[in-house]
Design a binder for this molecule. Structure first.
Ligand SMILES: NC(=O)c1ccc[n+]([C@@H]2O[C@H](COP(=O)([O-])OP(=O)(O)OC[C@H]3O[C@@H](n4cnc5c(N)ncnc54)[C@H](OP(=O)(O)O)[C@@H]3O)[C@@H](O)[C@H]2O)c1
Length: 280
């Protein structure tokens, strides 16, 4: 037998405090749900809107009905705006002097043909997906540092996309600057792994393929609909909540303490499937 300590706690988040940006719906809500089910003490969920069918309030209400002792707390914040991020840090500090897990998940996309690309589309995507993520990590680093230890570092998880490593869509429904922003997110994560590792903070990237969501549904339709994308995927389906839950809990848990600067694609392997179209 080898000397593996605390295996029963290896995939648990007992007692941890997390913040998930874009936690009101989609992948962020799957992540917040999974963290609470894995034993987290508190999960802050942030997004811009409190009200409405997809706002923070309904998400927090659902999360607080889970059969767990951990609690969800909502904070409205536009994480493309640096002043708003500073206020978000202060809000968290009102109740918690430390943060164990920061998930930079809120993201924006813009798609359309190359020549008439409006500059506001590029700005929106870069402000949230790159500059906003950088500022979130920079301004939360002191709270993360307080929570991290040599054996159990705090975690930054950046939600990128397989679009950060492939050239997924050009032409009429092109998403060039989205793809570029996600490539930047991948490299930001590697930089932070080296910068913040000595402060007992690890940084990794999760790169999803298609998961039905408000952000993705328009593009899924433009590309021929869910069935056609499923047919093209080696696993014959799109992503489901459990697929994100598993990788998020793993990266946030003691099992991933020594994983730093990695990106994990969660796409059923479809990013490698170009070869199936080959006529050679
Ligand atoms: N779904 C996919 O197929 C897919 C694939 C690859 C990568 N991703 C990435 O996964 C992440 C989540 O996407 P999703 O599909 O779950 O999208 P979604 O369902 O549309 O959710 C986006 C979340 O981000 C919040 N948000 C948007 N802009 C914000 C801002 N400026 N400040 C704060 N919060 C903001 C939204 O709430 P408010 O609107 O109220 O602010 C919402 O909570 C994104 O980074 C996306 O690029 C998704």
């Amino acid at each position: 037998m080898s000397d593996i300590k605390n295996f029963d706690r290896m995939f648990r988040l007992n007692g941890k405090v997390a913040l998930v940006t874009g936690g009101s719906r989609g992948l962020g809500l799957h992540t917040a749900t999974a963290f609470l089910l894995a034993g987290a003490k508190k999960v802050f969920v942030s997004a811009r809107k409190n009200e409405g069918e997809q706002g923070i309030d309904q998400a927090v209400e659902k999360l607080n009905k889970l059969p767990v002792s951990g609690k969800a707390v909502g904070i409205a914040s536009n994480v493309a705006d640096t002043d708003a991020i500073e206020r978000l840090v202060k809000e968290v500090q009102k109740t918690d002097e430390k943060l164990d897990i920061l998930v930079c998940n809120a993201g924006a996309t813009w798609g359309g043909p190359f020549d008439p690309t409006p500059d506001w589309g590029t700005q929106k995507v870069l402000d949230l997906n790159v500059r906003g993520v950088f500022n979130l990590t920079r301004l939360f680093a002191p709270l993360l540092e307080k929570a991290g230890t040599r054996t159990d570092p705090s975690r930054i998880i950046i939600v990128s996309s397989t679009a950060g490593t492939t050239v997924p869509h050009v032409g009429e429904h092109g998403t060039i600057m989205y793809s570029v922003s996600k490539a930047a997110a991948h490299h930001l994560s590697r930089q932070l792994a080296v910068e913040l590792g000595p402060r007992n903070i690890t940084t990794n990237t999760v790169a999803p393929g298609f998961f039905p969501s408000k952000l993705a549904n328009g593009l899924i339709e433009n590309l021929g609909g869910q069935k056609s994308l499923e047919d093209h995927n080696p696993r014959k389906r799109l992503g489901e909540p459990e697929d994100i839950a598993g990788v998020m809990v793993y990266l946030a848990s003691p099992a991933a303490s020594y994983v730093n600067g990695e990106d994990i694609a969660v796409d059923g392997g479809v990013r490698y499937a170009a070869g199936r179209q080959s006529k050679l």
